[in-house]
Ligand binder design. Structure first.
Ligand code: NAD
Ligand code: UD1
Length: 312
């Protein structure tokens, strides 16, 4: 029976991954400091240790005997990295280096594979759309800089210590269990929560900025495919659909699916906000045989149903 460590496993993406791994009969260990994750997100069979993914002793103990590690712990809000530069750095880069160091200590002769979350934020405002992995990274925020740093340390982890890794540049992930109440949550969860509560929707700037929204179930397919075919080195892939949606259009579609007519207001644009984000999924599909195929209307319907269920 395979045993996996998931850092950040009580969070949005991590808990969907834990659920899928437990359902196929695998053992799942989770490290999470519960800063945004919740124990109730996890299946009962997952073993939760509450702690910091930047605590080397803890991560090393949890890695012992594991077949691999999914490293998802981070402060996922780009805005928070602007407000709290140093604290987010500890979660977003120091914890990543800690995971690679724990992997090499756990099994120095053949370190277990690490599959970790990078981000489309590494690209910044690169205009070469749709963005392939070969596009030059140029982050606009501390969050993006730390994710790019994570990729660089992953490369060093392979070259110097032979830790095999797959980094995923997730584009904008959405789905059930993303917190609709936190102002630091993803835009879809925020819009869904506000529409369900009959509150106005607030758009930052003109709303013509675009995002490539990818459904959480498709993200889990990528994570598992990468672990099932471990990297022979340190590789990095986009996780995206290749389709762009403006935030203004998103607000209309969310309202339409909910059968609501919310008031839409516009505030100032957010500092460091990427204008156009659109990825090319071809490399991940070619290497891992996975496609983020869930249509946005289908994913939004499932998300809105979950938000309405948790509100009621
Ligand atoms: P999330 O906030 O729901 O999950 C992150 C989890 O990590 C939470 O459970 C949190 O409590 C935990 N955590 C934070 N700091 C920690 C620490 N120091 N030690 C232990 N646990 C810690 O966010 P998510 O959307 O599920 O994001 C998962 C990963 O994917 C993150 O690395 C994020 O940066 C990355 N990512 C997310 C998106 C997205 O659109 N959601 C896109 C690109 C990348
Ligand atoms: C998101 C993820 C980040 C990930 C990145 C990859 C979260 C919280 N952030 O960042 O982890 O690495 O995608 O591309 O999951 N907006 C509004 N009104 C709102 C909220 C947001 O107009 O109430 C706008 C923002 O200004 C932005 C867009 O919606 O233009 C998306 O914002 P957000 O969901 O916070 O995501 P990103 O910053 O793209």
């Amino acid at each position: 029976m395979a045993t996996w460590l998931i850092t950040g496993g009580a969070g949005f993406i991590g808990s969907h991954l834990a659920e899928r791994l437990v359902a196929r009969g695998d053992n799942v260990r989770v490290i999470d400091d519960l800063s945004s994750g919740k124990p109730e997100n996890l299946p009962a069979a997952a073993e939760l240790t509450i702690g910091d993914a930047a605590d080397l002793d803890l991560v090393e103990r949890s890695m012992a005997g594991a077949d691999g590690c999914f490293h998802l712990a981070a402060i996922a809000s780009v805005q928070r990295s602007t407000e709290d530069w140093l604290a987010t750095h500890r979660a977003n880069l120091t914890a990543t280096i800690t995971v690679f160091e724990a992997a090499r200590r756990a099994r120095p002769d053949r370190p277990p594979p690490v599959v970790y979350a990078s981000s489309a934020a590494v690209y910044g405002d690169n205009p070469a759309l749709p963005l392939a992995e070969t596009a030059t990274p140029s982050p606009l925020t501390a969050y993006g800089a730390d994710k790019l740093g994570s990729e660089q340390h992953a490369r060093v982890g392979w070259l110097v210590h032979r830790v095999p890794s797959t980094g995923f540049r997730f584009f904008n992930v959405y789905g059930p269990r993303q917190d609709p109440k936190s102002p630091y949550s993803g835009v879809i969860a925020i819009f869904a929560g506000r529409v369900a509560a009959g509150q106005p929707i607030s758009i930052n700037g003109d709303g013509l900025q675009t995002r490539d929204f990818v459904y959480v179930g498709d993200v889990v397919d990528h994570l598992i495919a990468a672990m099932d075919r471990p990297a022979p080195d340190a590789r990095v892939f986009n996780v995206c659909t290749g389709r762009a949606t403006t935030i203004r259009r998103l607000a209309e579609v969310v309202a339409g699916i909910a059968g609501a007519s919310p008031t839409i207001t516009h505030g100032p644009a957010r500092a460091g906000d990427i204008r156009e984000s659109l990825g090319n999924p071809a490399a991940a599909t070619a290497a891992l045989g996975v496609v983020a195929a869930t249509p946005i209307e289908e994913g939004l319907t499932a998300t809105l149903r979950a938000v309405a269920g948790s509100a009621g």
